[in-house]
Design a protein around this ligand. Sequence first.
Ligand code: MN
Length: 243
Amino acid sequence: MTAIFLSDLHLSVETPLLTGLFEEFLSGKARSASSLYILGDLFEYWAGDDDLDDPFNSRIVSAMRSCSAHVPILFMHGNRDFLIGKAFAEASGTTLLDDLLVADIHGIPTLIMHGDSLCTDDTGYQEFRRMVRSADWKARFMAQPLADRKAQIAALRVRSEAEKRVKSMEIMDVNQGETIRMMRQHGCTRLIHGHTHRPATHHLDLDGTRAERWVLADWRNEGSYLACDPDNWHSERITTSER
Ligand code: MN
C-alpha cells in the first residue's frame, strides 16, 4: 500500500491548471493510496474557516470530501494556510495534524513536517511565525471582518515576495543543525517536508546511522507527490497527459 505525501500546491483562483490537476488526482490516483498526507500550503492563503463558502474554496473542499470516502486524508498546516481549522477539516473530511508528526512508514520511523520551522537561519521569519502562531494573535486576527483579513493577507503577500527577493537562498533553506537535532530528538531516520520548493533527497549521517531527508516539490507547471511503497520511495509527476 502506498502512502502519498504532497505539499505546496499554493492553490488559488489564479491557478486553474493546478486546481484541475488536484481535482483529477483526488478523483483518481489518490484513491488507491493507503493514506494521503497534505503537508501544508495547499492554499496560497487561508483567511479563516468562515471563508468556506467562497466558491473556489468550496470547490476544493468538496473534491477532498469525495476523495476522503476512499482514503484517509491527513492535513498539516503550512505557513500560508495555518488558519485552517476544525470547520474546514469537518467539511473536507480530513484529519488535522499537529505541526510535527512521527509516523511509522512501512517500518521506518519518519518525521513529518511542513518545513518552515526548520529554516532557523531566517530569524526574521521565525519571529513572525512565533507571533502569528500564538493563540492570542490568531484570536485578535479572527475577530476582524473577513474582508479586512483578506486585505491584510494580500498586503502581507506583496511584502513577503519583496523580502524573498533580497534574502539569500541559503537563509531560506533548512538549517542542517536544526534538521539533525529534530531527527535525533524524535528518533527518526527519515524526514519528509516541503516548504522550501527545492525537491531533493538528501542523504545524511545521523550519529553514524544513514538518514534521509525527502523534500517535496511545489506545484508550479505540474503537480507532484511522493509515493512511499514498502521497498521504494519515489516522486511522481501529475500532468495533464494523465487524462
Ligand atoms: Mn510554506
